[in-house]
Write a protein that binds this ligand. Sequence first.
Ligand code: IVH
Length: 673
Amino acid sequence: MPGDEQRAAERLAELRREISYHDHRYYVLDDPVISDAEYDLLFRELLELEQRYPHLVTPDSPSLRVGGEPLSAFAEVAHPFPMYGLDNVFDEEEFRAFDRKVKRYLQRNEEIAYFVEPKLDGLAVELIYERGLFTLGSTRGNGMVGEDITPQLRTVQAIPLRLRDVGRSLPEQLIVRGEVYLPRKGFAELNRQRLEEGEPLFANPRNAAAGSLRQLDPQITARRPLSFFVYGVGDASVVPVRRQSELMDYFADLGFRVNPFTRRCETLEEAAGWYHHLLEMRHQLEYEIDGIVVKVDSFDLQHRLGMTTRAPRWAVAWKFPATQVTTRMTGVEFQVGRTGAVTPVAILEPVNVNGVTVRRATLHNQDEIERKDLRIGDQVLVQRAGDVIPEVVKPIVDVRTGGEQEIHFPQKCPECGHRLVRPENEAVTRCVNPHCPAQRLRSLIYFAGRGGLDIEGLGWKNMEQLVAAGLVADIPDIFKLRVEDLEELEGWGRKSADNAVRAIRSSARTSLAKFIQALGIRYIGEVNAGLLARHFGSLEKIMAATLPELLEVEGIGAQAAASLVEYFSDPAVCSMIARLLDCGLEIVPERTEGQQLAGRVFLFTGTLSAMSRNEAKQRVKALGGQVVSAISRRVTDLVAGDKPGSKLTEAEKLGIRILGEEEFNRIIGQQGG
Ligand code: IVH
């Protein structure tokens, strides 16, 4: 064997060992020790080497298998047709190469029509319907044999138990494939509960979905808000359609949930455009996607292209840049928040996550550090969850050197030295010194920031500077700032000082709800602030409200009510507010109710979390809008809550504006009186 080939053979043996180790960790133990991106790299190296030296492919190569071993606790189910995986591409050039390969294989020069779907980050399942009745559901397992999870899948409300009879022909046996997933909100809620109950947290929604489906007790699965999108058929020859795009319509007719962000693209360019569109908006979706799946739309062409041993030639997954990466944790800092909560923050060796350099990541609280058994010096898995805050998922215990050090949670506030308090049954440790400078700074930042009055030019950095310069010590000071004070500061000038003072002045006229929110009172966010403003109508009344009066406000809970009473009973708060009003802060009435939604026709689907559907309808009507119960072209706004029904797809098709719950709350909150 020539030297090069010899080295390739050795490397391949190493890669096979490594990949099967990680397959086992991932598929069987559900406890990966490297990130998906790193695993993908190993796998690609294997594929590339095998491509170069095809005779070095061994019968035990992971490239010949479609997955790992199924777990033994569930009954095994053989898939009538193998459940293939997908080949990945990671950038536009590789996607173009895929397109060229398809055209070459089909010996075609003209454009291929593709069907583009979000790549959902959940768990692939197969559902078998016999004469329209759901009879068997399974996980993908190793692609040939999966686990029988029929009772668990029955608990997923988005999975129809019987198909709708709408006059479309129905095969004797229909094999459906799709993705079970946990929406972000359900994931956050589940982890919140687990934190309270002292159970280990799930690293991401996919693990949570997998963990929820792999419950031997389906009743536990039933309590998890899992959902499902259909994306494929086991045997395309039995369905009365000839294209993936038509299949989705067919499935929708049968009562399945189909993803609204799919699109038939006539050209390669259009498909690439849709990739960028989904990449942009992925964070607005209520579930996680990790890329797109591009499929040749025509079943006939799919059939001609066929399969390799691992994956179809007619489809490819175009992955978004990784969101989970590994790096080293070099230290821990303890940060004091606006409400005094002390949050441990990991100091990391800088690492790129999704194009952003991450140097710090939250460790949440003391229990989390202990539960994850994190130590300083650990190699850790880091992710940018849902929104933007990076977090440490877990240490990679297998690569510890023994030199790692335990993390000691401080006994005293790292900012003011006051003793810290951790109430029983609470996960959070707090500094209870009302004069703690760190808490003040954070409150000021919050007050002027997005969650507050949103004063342009007074972001985090500038506020820190103003406090350090002694110009601002509390909220009223903000309104006393003069151009002369600001223009002297480092990095400022006449113009930026002018702009900031103008922004401060214009934000001094604010609505009651916004002002209450800006105060940053514990448990009083946008929704509660809006409820209070509407119910009481004036700052004086809110400040004077007693606990029973607050509890009467629909939507205000016990914690929020108690927190308000505590906040406003502090004489320092009352004098601060009095000074604020002296400095020119003016609470102006919000636009009067009655007409803002005139001419708009609302339709609701799914469950709202902040209010009942009835309340929501009342709000719309109170603002002059109309509410209807069925889809039609007259509808201007579809409000989609959790687990939206088929109205969502229909509305998408009609190009109707879709409002998520947050957006809807904002509209009725802001426009409300
Ligand atoms: S099609 C032969 N479509 O990605 C076609 N898969 O590696 C195989 N996935 O395990 C799958 N969203 O769980 C397809 N819209 C989508 C998908 C999707 C997510 C997952 C699926 C599979 C993996 C492929």
